[in-house]
Design a protein. Structure first.
Length: 540
């Protein structure tokens, strides 16, 4: 038991350092403020959607359906997130070799990994379920047992989706041990899921109206598909000890069985993947030895590009803006009238489709800025090197050139995609020359701005002790700060264009692009002066 507790403490401490607050350590306190602020903002937004539903459902005494819907949605999101996280936490953790060499049973190792996943999922689920629970309580004024049951459900909710996600992750990894296609499949599927989420967000008003009209049938369907949701609703409406025992049993028993059975196969697939990795490294080294050594800068860029495309987590989080750019351009180019009509349907907006078409070049320009500012690739590049960073520092090349390679890599990945979308847009809508110049110029200077900001943030807040790519890309301070700087920059830039539309919009765009260019020069000079020193100071 002591071994298990020690293992749990060690496993959880790797990713939970953000929550360790010391009274004398102001930096620790400041680091936790931003995640809490983000969580509150997200929960408030979700609570607003829940309140819109509750207003209609409460009139017909069906407020409990809010909880049914949110249990189902949260379970689906947990399943998606679990498949995503299982790759890093279960199969690609950097401490696998160390743990498997220790006198610890495989079932204990697997249990701690799954416990870690479920702990993260409980925090993740709380962002969705707590607003729904609060909204339900506002309308129904339930007794104390509702809150106790809801806390219990919050703890049990991620268990079944996480187990299913681990099984899917195991199948993906099993296929990955025989093929190289796993990264591509994972990136494509996750990108499609995120696009669906964006689509749902933009059409939320119509969907909520549909939910209100078909509330009973939706509730019956969900409770039949996902039995724990029905048990939870039954318990808060009419408490029954038998339902409580069944709810506990259908969550806990499968978890115990899964850990026992999966631990039998867990070590085998990890060993097989390790063997594959070693054989690939040997093959690569043999092939590389047959070719001439490339110039330092091109070799560094090639290394960064390979690192980017080898990590699905990195691609999805840092490159999703490019997916959004392609999807948006394709949609408006293929079926502009249909998309605009569907967006305007039911909304009494004082604007026609022809007026939107006239403003489209400026709208597309703003979208280029938004996508470029929200695409942060360099903010994780240094942290992802981890312990191998010392090897990078020992290379016979200057830190300036290494930093430049990271910035250029970001531009090589993002700018061609944006420019291709620009060209498709120009052909589809016959844009004026001046707007073509504005859009193309923005497609170069804004991604460069984002790349420089990202590398500055990563130099300032490196996370070199991460055990998974997910921890770096999604949970590091450099990633969060880069995204927020990009978000506020995009809001400011688009706000300037909106304000300038009342005076002289072309003049404002010229001034804005000039400002981006000057800021890029200033940031690059600062990076050359500060970057090399900070690069040498980072220790692993």
């Amino acid at each position: 038991m002591k071994k298990l507790i020690s293992l749990l403490k060690a496993t959880m401490s790797q990713d939970m350092s953000l929550f360790k607050i010391k009274s004398k350590n102001k930096s620790r306190i400041s680091k936790i403020i931003l995640p809490i602020f983000l969580a509150v903002v997200l929960m408030f937004s979700i609570g607003s959607y829940a309140k819109i539903l509750a207003e209609g459902l409460a009139k017909v005494n069906l407020t409990y359906i809010i909880l049914t819907i949110f249990v189902m949605i949260t379970s689906l999101l947990t399943l998606i997130e679990g498949v995503y996280k299982s790759q890093g936490i279960l199969f690609e953790a950097k401490d696998n070799n160390l743990l498997f060499s220790m006198p610890i049973t495989k079932s204990k190792i697997l249990f701690t990994r799954i416990f870690k996943m479920i702990s993260f999922q409980i925090l993740y689920n709380s962002l969705f379920m707590i607003p729904a629970i609060v909204v339900y309580a506002m309308y129904e004024k339930p007794s104390v047992h509702f809150y106790l049951l809801s806390i219990m459900m919050l703890l049990l909710l991620p268990i079944i989706p996480t187990i299913v996600a681990c099984i899917i992750g195991y199948i993906i990894k099993l296929v990955a041990s025989k093929t190289k296609a796993r990264n591509i499949v994972q990136v494509v599927l996750t990108s499609l899921i995120l696009l669906v989420i964006f689509y749902v967000s933009f059409n939320m008003q119509g969907m909520m109206a549909n939910i209100l009209q078909n509330a009973n049938s939706i509730n019956d369907t969900i409770t039949k598909i996902y039995y724990p949701a029905g048990l939870y609703i039954n318990l808060i409406q009419n408490f029954n000890i038998n339902d409580l025992i069944i709810l506990l049993a259908i969550n806990i028993i499968p978890a115990i069985l899964f850990v026992y059975i999966a631990s039998i196969f867990y070590f085998k697939i990890i060993s097989k993947l390790s063997e594959k990795g070693i054989s690939r490294i040997k093959t690569k080294n043999a092939v590389n030895a047959m070719f001439k050594v490339k110039k330092p800068l091109s070799a560094l860029i090639k290394k960064e590009i390979k690192r980017f495309f080898s990590s699905p987590v990195f691609i999805i989080n840092a490159g999703f803006g490019m997916v959004l750019m392609v999807a948006f351009t394709a949609c408006i180019s293929v079926n502009f009238d249909g998309i605009i009509n569907s967006m305007l349907q039911g909304n009494a907006l004082p604007i026609s489709i022809n007026e939107i078409k006239e403003m489209l070049p400026k709208i597309f320009y703003c979208f280029v800025i938004f996508v470029s500012c929200m695409t942060s690739i360099t903010s994780s590049m240094i942290s992802l090197e981890g312990k191998s960073f010392n090897i990078t520092k020992s290379l016979p090349t200057s830190p300036d050139k290494i930093i430049l390679a990271k910035v250029l890599t970001s531009n090589i990945i993002s700018i061609p995609v944006i420019v291709i979308c620009d060209i498709v847009f120009f052909i589809a809508f016959k844009i004026k020359v001046i707007d073509i110049v504005f859009i193309l110029f923005a497609s170069i200077v804004v991604p460069t701005f984002t790349a420089i900001i990202g590398i500055i943030m990563n130099l300032k807040y490196p996370k070199m002790d991460a055990t998974t790519d997910t921890e770096v890309v999604k949970q590091s301070m450099s990633s969060m700060f880069s995204v927020f700087i990009g978000m506020f920059t995009a809001m400011g830039a688009i706000g300037i264009i909106i304000a300038g539309s009342k005076i002289n919009i072309d003049l404002f765009i010229i001034l804005e692009l000039f400002a981006f260019s000057i800021v890029n020069l200033i940031l690059w000079k600062y990076l050359k002066r500060y970057g090399a020193k900070r690069f040498r100071d980072i220790n692993v």
